[in-house]
Design a protein around this ligand. Structure first.
Ligand code: CP
Length: 322
């Protein structure tokens, strides 16, 4: 079987394939019935060792709309609290013969470790500050739809400049998006205070900025990220007011970006810190709710594609190379 652990493990044609597969589910989700039986009889476990609203709910909805039986394990209410190790938890989940396991964990690499211990496809729903692959895929789908609706759509993002601003150091969303957007041809700028920018990230092809206004200059898309206070230890942590003064996306600052620049945020947002409400809610410019909508379709596509082999349908690796 094949897992979905990281954008770094996907080739460009595989990213494009997953985006294409999601289109049928975007359509289905806009109908009143919203049901398919593609995954009927399959069991999906969502094992979340970290809090989530969007990712957990959209994976649950995705599995149910595809007809699967979906069960959620919240670590806070599980035997993890009684000292069970990650590997023993993985062996326990495996013994229940799930057909796919979706995992969020606070430690980078934990999802890959679990994947090595189970017999079914594993989907990474975010591991520490490493990767959040389905977030990057849904962001790409939302961006593509937004550009399409303006008549500016194309298969990839060649010629587009995307600025990602926030706590890049701790952000799995930034890492997955950097890789995904670059694979799709975009130029990616990363902007953060020096203490929240990983050393050497230029080697991944990013343009690095510490001055937000310079980064915004001419950007077609601005993706804002929150400060991940829960992952900070030892760094200089700016106050919310200081951070907003230097790095908050205000309406005035947005003027520095390209005309009509789109605004994105993976959520959860801290309004008034990294983004002002009048920007987050800006009609025709903010695609934050479209990102959430696309999250369900992308997760349906990922669950469908990754479980095909188990269902006797041609597997992912068998798809023609683009
Ligand atoms: N974007 C995202 O991963 O949100 P949640 O933490 O609410 O799942």
């Amino acid at each position: 079987h094949r897992d979905l652990l990281a954008i770094a493990q996907l080739e460009r044609h595989e990213i494009l394939y997953l985006l294409e597969e999601a289109e049928q589910w975007v359509e289905l989700n806009r109908q009143s019935a919203k049901r398919s039986d593609a995954l009927a009889g399959l069991t999906i476990i969502n094992a979340f060792f970290e809090n989530s609203t969007r990712t957990l709910l959209s994976f649950e909805i995705a599995g149910k709309r595809l007809g699967a039986d979906v069960v959620n394990m919240h670590a806070a209410q599980s035997s993890v609290k009684k000292g069970e190790t990650l590997i023993d938890t993985a062996i326990t989940l495996n013994a229940m013969r799930a057909d796919a396991i979706v995992i969020r964990h606070g430690s980078s690499g934990a999802v890959e470790l679990i994947a090595s211990k189970v017999d079914c496809p594993v989907l990474n729903a975010g591991d520490g500050s490493h990767e959040h692959p389905t977030q990057a895929l849904l962001d790409a789908l939302a961006l593509r739809h937004a550009l399409d609706s303006r008549g500016e759509g194309s298969e990839d993002f060649s010629g587009l400049t995307v600025t990602i601003c926030g706590d890049i150091m701790h952000s799995r969303v930034a890492r997955s998006n950097l890789l995904c957007l670059q694979a799709m041809g975009a130029t990616v700028r990363l902007c953060a205070p020096p203490a929240l920018m990983p050393a050497g990230i230029e080697a991944m092809g990013a343009e690095v900025f510490h001055d937000f206004e310079a980064a915004l200059n001419g950007s077609d898309v601005v993706m804002m990220l929150r400060l991940q206070n829960e992952r900070m230890s030892g760094q200089f942590v700016p106050s919310a007011a200081e951070y907003h003064y230097l790095y908050g996306l205000t309406k005035d600052r947005l003027e520095r970006a390209a005309p009509g620049a789109l605004v994105m945020h993976p959520g959860p947002m801290n309004r008034g810190v990294e983004i002002d409400s009048d920007v987050a809610d800006l009609l025709d410019r903010s695609i934050i709710t479209r990102q959430v909508e696309m999250g369900v379709a992308i997760r349906m596509a990922c669950l469908d594609v990754l479980t095909r082999r188990r269902r006797g349908v041609e597997g992912w690796q068998d798809e023609p190379r683009g």
